[in-house]
Design a protein around this ligand. Structure first.
Ligand SMILES: Nc1ncnc2c1ncn2[C@@H]1O[C@H](COP(=O)(O)OP(=O)(O)OP(=O)(O)O)[C@@H](O)[C@H]1O
Length: 343
């Protein structure tokens, strides 16, 4: 198997946007902003494929997750996210392709990788008749950590996910959100270098989602790389620094979030004098936003400053003049089809 760590093409990020009629793999393109290209990769796959019968659940995926990333792996239902996550953890064998996690080949060296990973896949599993603390005690006992300090480790993990006060209740009385937090506490026990989480905010209410997001950002600032799969665009947009979009098993985009939400070169004008502004703009007015903003394509040499002068000169009062950006949702909807459960 090729040593993925020896890649020299420098293309740690690839980029590509396709229209639905162009089912091409992700393209490698311009250098992108973000961490330097020599940031070590903690997850890398090449040509990774998993077939179930004639159907490819994961299809020729080249994934690049760099140290320090908060990487959001996004895709419609049935697009292959869980299969991908399971292959990264050695739970499912690939049909073809290569996987390297934290510098080791998976599945061959997965025993060297797992102690450094915290993972939560397809919802947390726990013994319902035991308390959350007892479940974590068992999990800790099955891990590589020493017995000494177990009580403290478990206590800290429970506190971090907001379950500090409920440690005597049996897990069968937990809400889905509490189970999700318990799963996350289990993933944190070993103070992992890498967290791999499949839909970690499933079942959480908005407060819970925010708490988990803040926790993941905090852990990331402390040095943990976070890889999470989700179909929740808003969640990825609020949390992640990097985005990989998968559609029907293929990785169709992999970019820093900032690059995805790039500026369009157009300007959104907010004004109380909408019709006066529209008349002054003439053919430079190209669209209107749902909340009444005017989308303007300013002449190249004049830019936003020239646009502002022109409008003020025409007697238009300006509330705001902002660059228009593409939302993650716009991009994802454009490049992916409906989930395979709707095909
Ligand atoms: N064990 C299996 N046997 C046969 N087909 C499978 C198996 N596991 C997954 N698949 C198929 O592979 C495809 C990808 O499934 P996967 O669960 O990885 O997608 P997903 O993106 O995680 O979906 P969701 O967001 O709905 O969880 C689907 O078409 C699914 O039906």
């Amino acid at each position: 198997m090729t040593n993925l760590g020896e890649r020299s093409d420098g293309a740690r990020r690839s980029t590509g946007v396709r229209t639905p009629s162009q089912p091409v793999p992700v393209q490698r393109a311009r250098p992108l902003p973000g961490p330097p290209v020599d940031t070590p990769l903690v997850i890398e796959t090449r040509g990774l494929t998993k077939r179930y019968g004639s159907r490819a659940a994961v299809d020729e995926v080249d994934l690049h997750v760099a140290e320090g990333d908060r990487y959001g792996f996004l895709g419609p239902n049935g697009s292959g996210k869980t299969t991908m996550v399971r292959m990264l953890l050695g739970l499912v064998f690939a049909t073809r392709g290569e996987i390297r996690v934290l510098g080791h080949e998976v599945p061959r060296e997965v025993h060297r990788v797992l102690p450094r990973i915290g993972a939560m896949v397809e919802g947390p599993a726990a013994y319902g008749h035991l308390s959350g603390r007892a479940n974590l005690d068992l999990l800790d006992a099955s891990g590589p950590g020493p017995r000494a300090g177990r009580r403290r480790r478990v206590g800290e993990a429970m506190e971090r996910v907001g379950l500090g006060g409920v440690d005597r209740r049996p897990v069968r009385t937990y809400s889905l959100g509490m189970r999700q937090r318990l799963g996350l506490a289990g993933a944190l026990l070993s103070k992992p270098d890498l967290l791999i989480l499949d839909e970690p905010t499933n079942g959480l209410d908005p407060h819970g989602i925010r708490e988990i997001r803040e926790l993941l950002i905090e852990l990331n600032h402390e040095g943990t790389t976070v890889f999470l799969s989700s179909h929740l665009l808003a969640e990825i947009e609020a949390l992640c620094t990097q985005v990989g979009v998968v559609d029907r098993g293929r990785l169709v985009l992999e970019e820093p979030l900032d690059a995805v939400r790039r500026h369009t070169g157009r300007v959104v004008v907010t004004t109380p004098d909408v019709e006066r502004a529209a008349a002054a703009l003439g053919s430079a007015l190209v669209d209107r936003t749902p909340d009444g903003g005017l989308v303007v394509s300013p002449a190249d040499d004049a830019g936003a400053a020239g646009l502002a002068r022109h409008l003020v000169g025409a007697g238009v009062r300006l509330d705001a003049l902002e660059p228009e950006t593409v939302s993650l949702e716009d991009v994802v909807v454009r490049i992916t089809g409906p989930g395979s459960d709707r095909a």
